[in-house]
Design a protein around this ligand. Structure first.
Ligand code: 0O2
Ligand code: 0O2
Length: 264
């Protein structure tokens, strides 16, 4: 009976996860469309499994009637960043939405205050309104923000912890501690070359957007120009493609836009 009710209780959480995932993925898309570097690398989300909810309720002595108020991570969103610095940017993005589409309930900084296990991540607990067929429901969600290195460590540690429960062999515990140190050092190292990586990625993104624009313009021109007029355009494109010059590609795209304006 309780399991049945729990199943029903979880329905709006699935919607909260889908909506929040979409919102953060859209932020990434927005940055990339503008040829900007995105502080969000990728986003995942999940609704906590009923068995994990029951485990947590049992461990923390939470009555089943209070699960929704007391278990804050039934809806979980995870935002991965390339660099530690990006995490601050994402935190700001979330804070700017406070009292707009979500309400921040609590922030937990396990980055400055690493957990004893070696776990590092920034957690923001939010309440999030869901419009359902039965009216508005407000659910809690946990947003975890972490770097790729933090995520790598946490994912592996989580599966080992799940496997061994309370009986993690000391040798594995020690290796995990070393790995946590290594992940921490990796983030420090990467921070040193962040500017270089950013420049390289921005160049690649600009080129890929310019090529996309060129294709769209060629497609439009092909509708108004004959084959003879289009052939030199195709030839020019392939020549520039081989030369791999972003600047020349951009100029070519400007000339295509002008041509398109003339022909319209
Ligand atoms: P793309 O085109 O792969 O970038 P969904 O409902 O399918 O949108 P869901 O169910 O949450 O998303 O999928 P999942 O498996 O949790 O992964 C979410 C997104 O994160 C997927 O991208 C994965 O490709 C991406 N992802 C997962 N692990 C990694 C990783 O280690 N590195 C990188 N860069 N991306 C990863 P999308 O949204 O399907 O689109
Ligand atoms: P899932 O769904 O398996 O990921 P706690 O009492 O520590 O369990 P609390 O106080 O409710 O949890 O909240 P906390 O610590 O802010 O966040 C809990 C979630 O953070 C965990 O969810 C993990 O996703 C992550 N987390 C916290 N500590 C660790 C850790 O030491 N290692 C790893 N890998 N992840 C951690 P759950 O409950 O594990 O659920």
């Amino acid at each position: 009976m309780e399991t049945l009710n729990l199943k029903q209780i979880l329905i709006p959480y699935a919607q909260a996860v889908e909506e929040l995932k979409l919102k953060f993925k859209s932020i990434r898309y927005e940055y990339l469309s503008l040829d900007e570097y995105s502080p969000i690398e990728f986003v995942t989300g999940r609704v906590k499994k009923i068995s994990s909810i029951l485990d947590k309720a049992n461990k923390k002595n939470i009555p089943l009637t209070q699960i929704e108020e007391k278990i804050e991570d039934i809806a979980g969103i995870r935002i991965m960043c390339q660099f530690e610095e990006d995490i601050n940017k994402v935190i700001e993005l979330v804070r700017n939405r406070h009292n707009k589409d979500l309400v921040i309930i609590e922030e937990r900084d396990y980055i400055t205050n690493m957990k004893a296990s070696g776990y590092r991540s920034y957690h923001i607990i939010v309440s999030y309104p869901i419009q359902t067929a039965m009216g508005e429901r407000i659910v809690l969600a946990e947003i975890q923000i972490r770097t790729l290195a933090m995520n790598f460590w946490a994912t592996i540690e989580h599966s080992l912890r799940y496997k061994y429960k309370q009986n993690m062999p000391e040798s594995i515990q020690e290796r995990l501690n070393n790995a946590a140190q290594a992940a921490y050092k990796l983030d420090l190292e990467m921070a040193q070359i962040r500017e270089e990586v950013l420049k390289a990625q921005k160049g690649f993104q600009t080129q890929s957007n310019t090529v996309g624009n060129i294709f769209a313009n060629i497609h439009s021109l092909a509708k108004v120009l004959g084959e003879q007029e289009m052939n030199p355009i195709y030839e020019k494109f392939w020549k520039l493609w081989e030369e791999d010059s972003v600047e020349q590609m951009r100029e070519f795209n400007v000339s295509l836009e002008e041509l398109l304006r003339e022909k319209r």
